[in-house]
Design a protein around this ligand. Structure first.
Ligand SMILES: C[S@@+](CC[C@H](N)C(=O)[O-])C[C@H]1O[C@@H](n2cnc3c(N)ncnc32)[C@H](O)[C@@H]1O
Length: 528
């Protein structure tokens, strides 16, 4: 084998040419986003640390692209240490130029779908170093046939069941075990999403019980690693061996692999009990299921706001309402989107209308089309217009009867924005809102409906609402972020169930003693 820094220069040129041949949509389809060489170098350097010092390397890069990890390997170890190197790539356009580029290094590049190729049966043909940036293709871009094949492959080769909603990248990672020698090392540059979402549970189980998980480094979403794919990435390192007793996993965050901003070690046992991993290694909020004596679900029923199926049609400005002459009977005040809401306490006029500058109205009607045609011609005309634009064919509308009738969401006194990014104005991506008006809210908000005991208290002493709202607002951004999920570019989301798991400590402090002593959890759910 030969090596050479010249290869890297030529690789980057080739990467540029191949990139230019395709548009974003084509690249998305196969998850084609290349790893910056500096990062590839760091990943290779870290993964070599788990291989015995003098052991010769049998290297595999599935989803080869132009092979930045291979290139980094060639620059990191003497050629004599590389016993064998191979790549798999599904895109035929990549093969010929790669063969020209790497042919003289001894690389064996195979054209094929890595997830469907039969792994080597014997240890001698397996690999002791597999490094990969797998295609980030979400499950809904996989056909049901593909999903079945992927699940079947994992089940047959590893006797392990994956969640049907898993993205392609998780199959790459799990399936790689069948290609690894005993004691072989895997390093995976993947979106950090699997650490929080439901489908990721099985992947985490795999990492905890089937291999020895060494380290997960999560990059700071504010320093996204890829220019053209907004994913918050992590690198997962593991060895193909059962974890030793008392094994600890390193979780690091931010900075670089060599110099993370934070790092901590967590025992496997404890890790198995933590439901979300992306907030590690920050100080763990006394996690929801683990140790919460009281959680928001004890005091509130939390629901997402109305999902209209087409806000541009069902949510109207005062101007649009007037222009289409729509009857007030079918319009209800609704809050504008959080970015158009300039305050966090919404006052109301005598009619319960919100005193805000950007008023909005939600259109909803449960009459049949026939009665609307007869009795409400202006509304009829507006609905016909919507039909001409295909609004009635949209997913949510199609599943409603009639398609223009919204689900019921009474106004809530307390709301929380459902997603956001920390801004320079306010450090927290989530805002709690105190709503004195009769306006409902769309699904960009979470609506907190007090359960009976709290509702009764608030009725008796309405001034308590302000204290409750302030207590909610005092929950730190870190705590909220830790309970929710983080996406690329620093976007944070909080699902109703996640908000429901937040500790009530701050709120109980402002409530009378009696509510603290009552067993809230046994109260029936308050259904709005
Ligand atoms: C995220 S890119 C990474 C490329 C390269 N390893 C890097 O790090 O820059 C994923 C690569 O996997 C390839 N790919 C997608 N699906 C594949 C499959 N089923 N089998 C093999 N390769 C696949 C894509 O064409 C793309 O080149």
């Amino acid at each position: 084998m030969t090596t050479g820094a010249g290869h890297e220069k030529a690789r980057q040129e080739l990467q540029g040419q191949l990139h230019a041949m395709k548009d974003q949509a084509q690249r998305n389809k196969l998850g084609q986003f290349s790893t910056p060489i500096e990062l590839a170098g760091e990943v290779i350097k870290s993964s070599l640390a788990w291989l015995p010092k003098r052991e010769s390397v049998r290297f595999l890069e599935p989803g080869f692209g132009t092979g930045p990890f291979y290139s980094a390997l060639l620059q990191s170890v003497p050629a004599s240490r590389i016993e064998r190197a191979a790549g798999y790539e599904i895109d035929s356009q990549y093969i010929e130029p790669n063969v020209r580029l790497w042919g003289d290094t001894g690389l064996r590049l195979h054209l094929g779908d890595f997830t469907q190729v039969e792994p080597p049966a014997d240890e001698a043909h397996k690999y002791n170093l597999i490094v990969c940036n797998p295609p980030y293709v979400r499950h809904h871009h996989l056909s049901s046939r593909q999903k079945q094949q992927l699940q079947a492959a994992v089940s047959q080769r590893l006797g392990f069941e994956m969640n049907g909603l898993s993205g392609l990248y998780t199959y790459f990672m799990v399936l790689s075990q069948a290609w690894m020698t005993k004691g072989g090392v895997g390093a995976w540059l993947v979106p950090s999403e699997f650490m929080d979402v439901n489908y990721g549970r099985r992947v985490k189980e795999f990492l905890l019980s089937r291999v020895t998980l060494h380290r997960i480094h999560r990059f700071d979403p504010h320093e996204v690693q890829f220019d053209d794919a907004l994913v918050s990435s992590a690198v997962v390192f593991f060895t193909n061996a059962m974890p030793p007793e008392e094994h600890h996993v390193e979780f690091s965050f931010g900075g670089t692999l060599g110099k993370p901003k934070m790092s901590t070690y967590i025992g496997l046992d404890r890790l198995g009990r933590v439901s979300k991993w992306t907030h590690l290694p920050r100080r763990m909020p006394e996690s929801v299921q683990e140790a919460c004596p009281g959680v928001l679900a004890d005091l509130f029923s939390i629901k997402r706001g109305v999902a209209t199926g087409c806000n541009s049609f069902f949510v109207l400005t005062p101007d649009q309402r007037q222009r289409h002459n729509l009857p007030s009977k079918f319009l209800q005040s609704i809050l504008p989107s959080p970015r158009d809401l300039e305050c966090t306490e919404i006052l109301a006029d005598d009619n319960g209308e919100p005193l805000i500058s950007k008023r909005r109205y939600l259109l909803s009607c449960d009459l049949s089309e026939e009665s609307i045609r007869r009795e409400w011609p202006a509304l009829w005309e507006y609905l016909e217009r919507g039909k001409a634009e295909g609004v009635h064919q949209r997913y949510l509308c199609r599943h409603r009867e009639p398609w223009y009738c919204q689900e019921t969401r009474p106004p809530a006194a307390f709301l929380c924005t459902y997603m956001g990014r920390p801004t320079t104005k306010s450090e927290t991506p989530f805002r709690f809102i105190l709503n004195h008006s009769q306006a409902t809210a769309a699904n960009v908000y979470l609506m907190l409906y007090p359960k009976p005991q709290l509702a009764a208290l608030l009725q008796e002493a309405p001034e308590l609402a302000l204290a409750v709202w302030k207590a909610l607002s005092s929950v730190t951004a870190e705590h909220l972020i830790g309970c929710g999920r983080t996406y690329g570019g620093g976007l944070h989301k909080l699902e109703p169930r996640e908000l429901a798991g937040i500790s009530t400590d701050a709120i109980l402090r402002v409530l009378p003693d009696e509510i603290r002593r009552k067993p809230h959890r046994q109260l029936p759910l308050f259904s709005p």
